[in-house]
Design a protein around this ligand. Structure first.
Ligand SMILES: [Zn+2]
Ligand SMILES: [Zn+2]
Length: 281
């Protein structure tokens, strides 16, 4: 299995010299096994992934799992070329609420004042599946489990297993969420991530800004490091960077995280996601 990062940035794309190393595209992560392709989120990184897929002859089935519908997680989707090619079968998965369902993912964005093409231009065979917290589904040979995250909009955490590897995709999540009626308890998150091989997690804040941004639904690198120790995670991947954090800042967050883990006597490995990074499992 290969996990490849096509977009690592939170909130808004930030192209330019100061972000060229860790990348400016918004979230998109490809998981490819011998049999299946799963894509987590359709931020602007998915455009280039679409071009890659189009260049390969043997791909027909694609599975796109959306964590939530905040703009940064869906804004690349309409530029994903396989959508407009009848050769592909694309299955979408995502949270559904009383107000919005995953079935509206394309229709709500197309054919209005914001975009020139309408749903009739979509030629791929499309299907939709609502995912609810604590679901377990199987996509090809991959088992996918879900949990609700602590975020400002209903957001799913996805955990998937393949060939004894366990990976968690938990973008846009506040680890230090204040207890409230709808808060997901810290211990539930720890349990869900327990003993995972890789944890891909929101690193929107540093330790200082995390204090003033309580309730924003994001986390710092240090909260993530502490969480990884408690959940006995083996590797953490810093992800969903603040658009105001340039390469130098992300480098310093990475160094700080490694130092913190070491000071706590942990041997957890930590890397910072960057566009093009591939992890082989
Ligand atoms: Zn986001
Ligand atoms: Zn969000």
């Amino acid at each position: 299995m290969i996990v490849k990062f096509w977009g690592t940035r939170g909130s808004i794309p930030v192209p330019g010299n100061s972000t060229v190393n860790y990348g400016g595209n918004t979230p998109c992560v490809e998981v490819r096994t011998k049999e299946d392709i799963l894509i987590f989120d359709s931020g602007t990184g998915i455009r280039e992934l679409g071009n890659q897929i189009i260049s390969e002859d043997n791909i027909k089935d694609l599975h796109i799992l959306i964590s939530h519908y905040h703009w940064d997680h869906i804004q690349g989707l309409l530029f994903f070329k396989p959508l407009y090619d009848e050769k592909y079968r694309i299955s979408f998965y995502g949270p559904s609420t009383a107000d919005y369902s995953v079935n509206m993912l394309l229709s709500s964005q197309m054919g209005n004042i914001n975009f020139p093409l309408s749903i009739k231009h979509v030629k791929a065979k499309i299907s939709y599946q609502s995912i609810y917290p604590n679901d377990k589904i199987t996509i090809g040979n991959i088992n996918v489990y879900s949990l609700m995250a602590n975020h400002s909009s209903p957001t799913l955490v996805y955990k998937f297993t393949y060939n004894n590897s366990l990976i968690v995709y938990m973008t846009d999540n506040e680890l230090k969420a204040e207890p409230a009626e709808d808060t997901i308890e810290y211990k539930s998150l720890v349990e869900f991530c327990s003993n995972c091989d890789y944890l891909i997690h929101d690193t929107m804040f540093d330790e200082i800004s995390e204090i003033s941004k309580k309730g924003w639904g994001h986390s710092s690198n240090i909260s993530l490091a502490n969480f990884a120790i408690e959940s006995k995670t083996k590797n953490i991947i810093l992800f969903h960077y603040n658009p105001d954090h340039d390469d130098v800042k992300i480098e310093s967050l990475l160094e700080e995280t490694v130092k913190h883990l070491k000071e706590r006597g942990s041997s957890i490995n930590c890397v910072a996601a960057k566009e093009g990074l591939e992890i082989l499992l």
